[in-house]
Design a protein around this ligand. Sequence first.
Ligand code: SF4
Length: 700
Amino acid sequence: KQLGEGTEKVMKTQCPYCSVQCSMDLLEEKIVTRKRFKAKPNKKDPTSQGLMCIKGANAHQHVFHGERITHPLLKIDGEFVRIPWELALEFIAHQFKTLQEQYGTDTVGVYGGGSLTNEESYLLGKFARVALKTKYIDYNGRFCMSAAATAMNAAFGIDRGLSNSLSEIPDSKCIILVGTNIAECQPTILPYFRKAKKNGAFIIVIDPRETATSKLADLHLQVKPGMDAYISNGMLKVIMDEGYLDKEFIQNRTNYFEEIKEQIDSIDLLETAKESGVSVEQIVEAARQYGKAASGFIFTARGVEQHAHGYENVRQFINLVLATGKIGKYASGYGAITGQGNGQGGREHGQKADQLPGYRSIENEKDRSYIAKVWGMEESELPRKGVSAYEMMEKIDAGEISSLFVMASNPVVSNPNSIFVERALQKLQFLVVADMFVSETARMADLILPSSTYLENEGTMTNLEGRVILREAKRKPPNEVKHDWQILCELANALGCDTGFTYKSAEDIFNELRVASKGGRADYSGITYNRLREEGIFWPCPKVSHPGTSRLFDDTFAHEDGKALFYPLKKPLLMEIVTDKYPLYLTTGRIMEHYLSGTQTRRSPDLMKRYSEPLLEIHPETAAKYGIEDNTLLQLQSERGSMIIRSKYSDKIRRDTIFAPFHWGDSQSINRVTDPTLDPFCKMPEFKVCAVNILPLLEK
Ligand code: SF4
């Protein structure tokens, strides 16, 4: 039977997973008494250009999964029991209020996620600060984009994942991909890079592993994990010595170059090569190719960002961009490839501890007054800055947070040092989780609220380019499932907020968000649902008549004087060094078949058929040293704990390094061993390097 034959319904939707947000037609067919679904990518999508990956093709499978929660569930004597919404809301409000009366308003924490729509991200921030009056709110995006976001804000005065639209990539002459495995994580944008290569671009990949992405490279720098900044700084030295600096750009559009000139001059390339594990010749070649190219991009992602020095890593690569003047021009710029579906919008509208909507700062008096006015409260009533996601776990452990409200997140799996996190969450007096499934975190909850999926929920998402897209609802939520925004409104009402949470639709919330973001760093005020029904719009978009801004920084950066900032050169420091007890470096990451903590993708039979359990990539020579056979279970240990994983031989990884994906929970969770040391600037944990040991397990 041909695809589409016998189609009963076509749902125009978009994939809920990664930051590309590929749009598609989901065809619903009736085969006798059963329904069958097939996804067909949208050829007119300006970003994915008619492509989708295996995740998108199977995204609907979790929507119709039998394990979906369809009613509020209260835990009684260890068992979840179905209860009506009225009772659930009343009970939550009663528990929160009682605990707040006893311990103060900050005793309740809120934990969000980067897959929430812009409307829900905005509302979650408002809910925490207005309805609960707590300062403790943060989200899982802390583990995704915080290093790059903090670096971009500091260097450019604004944080939008990509400075240019993807459509400019094919015309760029040199592209550097640092710690990003696009071919697995955002596969539908790989053709932009292929086209660039076909057009003569020189492609450099910096990654400890040979990946599907590094196959595209003209030069692959197989860096030691965590040592990327040595390479950027070595390249900067070559660029300066060999006359590739864009002096005019440095003079007119940047600050602080003179302050780091001596540092650049004193870089020792032999030391750089030794520390980075990459030869001097390769570093020189990379510098020459990027330096002499008429245009160029540098893209970073979690490989270089998920470190306790992630912020400084990104600043070092931005130094390279600024030194060569490759930004604010066609086919030249910088980008941090966002991971989560709404990783971009999710970090702009106030679910971060330090932020208010429109990328306003919670510590800036002008920003506070503006938002307080939008929310109809006194500035003094607005809580101050809280703490980051992992620090919230520490506050819970210390008893400073006694109750947690989790929405669209699975912190037990996605936090580093997850054994500690699980123990901390067990100390909570009251845990509420809103989710589609009983995730590893929801399992620990006192009360679970059923939330809707991407096919049911209307709202806007901002993709990795900064393009705001409207996703319309295509089916009614089953049974008693509610949208996250409805849950927040009803809960706020139950907590006594009569005004401020009376929205009738996602569009209502978006219209308030437009006002809240007006004049902020992420200005959405000119974007309307009507406009979005026609096409996606890049922010900033300050007026309804404004076309949106696909390329940033053409004339000015967002700092007051319009200039971008260089940053002092730093030598990256590993938090853990291998020892006799823990002789290998572990690095973690993503695979194409799964998304985040796997709550949705592990419930897709087709994705599970392709990749059903975490596999540890290990070089055969390393494996032989430890008596590990291919395709056998082994125990992986670090200072923090251990987990069980199956070996997969690969000669594409360094011999001192092993790799594991993080999409599984319980004993298969790689975060049981990862290092929670936080970056002092952005509070990103050191996910990417920790010292581990491996032991064979007897059973196959
Ligand atoms: Fe597109 Fe990303 Fe979904 Fe794959 S996971 S279909 S690349 S949005």
